[in-house]
Ligand binder design. Structure first.
Ligand code: DER
Length: 232
């Protein structure tokens, strides 16, 4: 499909940023999965040697399958580049991430990198963030109280919607690699993403939010016709 083609060409272009001997943060999601596969191919074809730090257990599994040397972030300490997807990006290269439920490790790994390269398809570019529900990672203890506190906090924020839902996995709550839950905030429009990102994390029980502010350095945008655009 055109969307898959767009994701593939963005992923393939992003692998050009990787050089021999680099420590690379490996993102999560379907576009990042294409990147891991392309990286594996470059290693087989060119003998490229890199060390990968995954942002989820499923990315770790795929990376190992591709023959990539996988280490923990603590072992790598700092990364040369992280390549990861996004659910939305705006003109300031601020992102909404977390559609794949891995936002906590993704944000830690992206922040611990010299550069973050985001791989997307053109459908994800927005003028204003928020059409995609904003994911929050929340600890299970007292999560309904945490949700009520979040809803109260949103009353004073520059957003249009206020519905907060618990992400489910069939008939049980979705659980992250850390054993936490995800709340999805249906805000429709986030007028001040920087302010919202600071405020929501102050609510007790919230571990992290899916707004990536001043973290992405480059956005690679794939198109269904195979064209690739690079924004920085
Ligand atoms: O969970 C994430 O942040 C992922 O990067 C995700 O949102 C992007 O996933 P996709 O590449 O499958 O659209």
């Amino acid at each position: 499909s055109p969307i898959d083609k767009a994701k593939f060409v963005a992923a393939r272009r992003s692998v050009d940023y990787i050089e021999d001997g680099m420590r690379v943060g490996l993102g999560t999601g379907s576009t990042a999965a294409w990147m891991v596969r392309c990286l594996g191919e470059r290693m087989r074809e060119e003998g490229l040697r890199i060390t990968g730090v995954p942002t989820s257990s499923r990315t770790a599994d795929l990376a190992r399958k591709m023959g990539i040397k996988v280490v923990s972030l603590d072992e790598a300490k700092w990364l040369d580049v992280t390549i990861d997807g996004a659910d939305e990006f705006d003109g300031d290269l601020n992102l909404i991430k977390g559609g794949g439920g891995a936002l906590l490790q993704e944000k830690i790994v992206a922040t611990a990198s010299d550069r973050m390269v985001v791989i997307t398809d053109s459908a994800k570019e927005v003028k204003t963030l928020g059409a995609f529900p904003l994911p929050l990672e929340v600890i299970p203890f007292g999560w309904q109280t945490t949700r009520a506190l979040i809803e109260e906090t949103l009353v004073n924020m520059d957003v249009l919607g206020r519905e907060v839902s618990l992400r489910m996995n069939d008939d049980v709550p979705y659980m992250t690699d850390e054993g936490n839950y995800i709340l999805d905030l249906h805000l429709r429009r986030i007028g001040n993403p920087r302010q919202l990102s600071l405020v929501v994390n102050q609510v007790p029980g919230i571990v992290e939010n899916g707004l990536f502010i001043d973290i992405a350095d480059v956005v690679v945008i794939g198109h269904g016709d195979g064209a690739v655009e690079v924004r920085d």
